[in-house]
Design a protein around this ligand. Structure first.
Ligand SMILES: [Zn+2]
Length: 166
């Protein structure tokens, strides 16, 4: 009788574990297939508005740098600033990183990448510290970046070859 009860108990544990696995898998799946929640999208939008305002106020730059949230970025990257051959400047945020820490993405990564965009806009393509020069840091801080760390060991800017390098 006792053995029977233990068997029953284990069966229940196994079934609950399976259900949990399916649930977690489904959550992952739906996260990768769906856009970010409305709440996060709104926070990103509000932060973008704030960055536009600070860019105008501090640097007198009216230009708006489009931000795209994507799951196509390399997993190691939080964000990326890209200067295209035709002079366009675009920012990308890694959608998968929002899952871990949305506040970090919004308060740290967004001003960090926006500061790279401003550097491009003012024609400073310095490769010092992979784009994290003293000037970049000053800009990042003026955008209320929380951690404008110059000594990051990642490459998050991409400058497509243009005639300015000739
Ligand atoms: Zn950077």
């Amino acid at each position: 009788m006792f053995i029977q009860q233990i068997k029953k108990f284990f069966l229940i544990v196994v079934l609950i574990s399976c259900a949990l696995l399916v649930y977690l898998w489904y959550q992952d799946y739906s996260f990768s297939k769906n856009p970010l929640s409305k709440e996060i999208q709104l926070k990103v939008y509000e932060k973008h508005q704030n960055l536009k305002y600070l860019t105008y106020k501090n640097f007198n730059i009216k230009r708006v740098f489009p931000i795209t949230i994507t799951d196509k970025l390399d997993a190691s990257k939080f964000g990326m600033a890209v200067y295209s051959q035709n002079g366009q400047i675009n920012l990308y945020l890694n959608k998968n990183r929002f899952k871990e820490n949305e506040n970090y993405m919004i308060n740290d990564v967004m001003p960090h990448e926006y500061a790279h965009a401003i550097m491009f806009a003012i024609g400073d393509f310095s490769d010092e510290n992979k784009g994290h020069s003293k000037k970049w840091q000053t800009i990042c801080k003026k955008l209320n970046g929380l951690r404008c760390d110059r000594f990051v060991n990642h490459q998050d800017i991409l400058i497509e070859k243009t005639n300015i390098f000739k």
